[in-house]
Design a binder for this molecule. Structure first.
Ligand SMILES: [Zn+2]
Length: 248
């Protein structure tokens, strides 16, 4: 199953026309990195992306506020999580990890040692390798091409689905636990509040005396627009920054 996914990832991203193959990667394209190395690289990239997008989804959920995941909330959170995936694009070169580590670096080392970059046979300054018939000129260095970009895109799409689903499940679980915890307070018609679960402990879940559930980030720093300082001379400090004015 996993091998099939990796094989399709490799083939979907390796199908470049022959004329671009000779110009971009040279004869190195005929060599293949071990499949296990690609499995490793793609799995690590997928895991990093899912973890990042899970946190991004939970942050969106807490920042947008509100209790429960309706269609509008989930759509907005998935959209902002997709936007946050721009911070994962620096991982693009790692999608070529196998080729860099198993093809480019060994070929480069052989060329520096005066050996054929393909088979490692000493070429003794001949232009063509007597062992494998390939040119002995050093191969071009790894450069960014469309292939690793396509590979990362193929990894990020399922990672967005999995990360968002896990984030939504995590938030729903936290909210349903809050409903259970607040049951006795609601029975007494008391308000009840606590922080959201990791990684969004900066937001507070709350239920008021009328049993209305809500969630908002940084409630203690909220701005009350109708608030005025008792001392009118303090007005120039800015309207509504209650927490700050009381501290001074
Ligand atoms: Zn050779």
């Amino acid at each position: 199953m996993l091998a099939a996914i990796v094989a399709s990832l490799e083939s979907a991203t390796n199908s470049t026309p022959p004329e671009t193959q000779t110009t971009s990667w040279g004869a190195l394209d005929r060599l293949r990195a071990p499949s296990g190395a690609n499995v490793f690289a793609f799995a690590v990239l997928f895991a990093i992306s899912v973890a990042f997008l899970f946190v991004a989804y939970c942050l969106s959920r807490a920042l947008f506020g509100g209790f429960g995941g309706g269609f509008g909330t989930i759509t907005a959170c998935v959209a902002s999580t997709a936007a946050a995936s721009i911070f994962l694009w620096w991982l693009v070169p790692f999608a070529d990890f196998a080729e860099i580590f198993w093809l480019h670096l060994p070929a480069d080392r052989r060329a520096r040692e005066g050996r054929c970059p393909y088979c490692g046979y000493p070429h003794e300054s001949r232009e063509t390798c007597t062992e494998c018939g390939e040119p002995t000129a050093p191969l071009p260095a790894w450069a960014l091409s469309a292939r690793p970009v396509k590979r990362l895109a193929w990894i990020l799409v399922p990672a967005l689905v999995v990360g968002s689903a896990a984030g939504e499940a995590w938030c729903q679980l936290d909210e349903s636990r809050f409903v259970d915890e607040s049951a006795s307070a609601r029975a007494r018609r008391d308000a009840y509040t606590r922080n959201r679960a990791f990684p969004t402990t900066f937001a507070k879940l709350s239920v008021d005396r009328d049993g209305r559930f809500d969630s908002a980030p940084w409630t203690e720093l909220g701005r009350e627009r109708d608030w005025r300082p008792a001392d009118e001379s303090r007005l120039e400090r800015g309207l509504g920054w209650k927490a700050r004015a009381e501290r001074e």
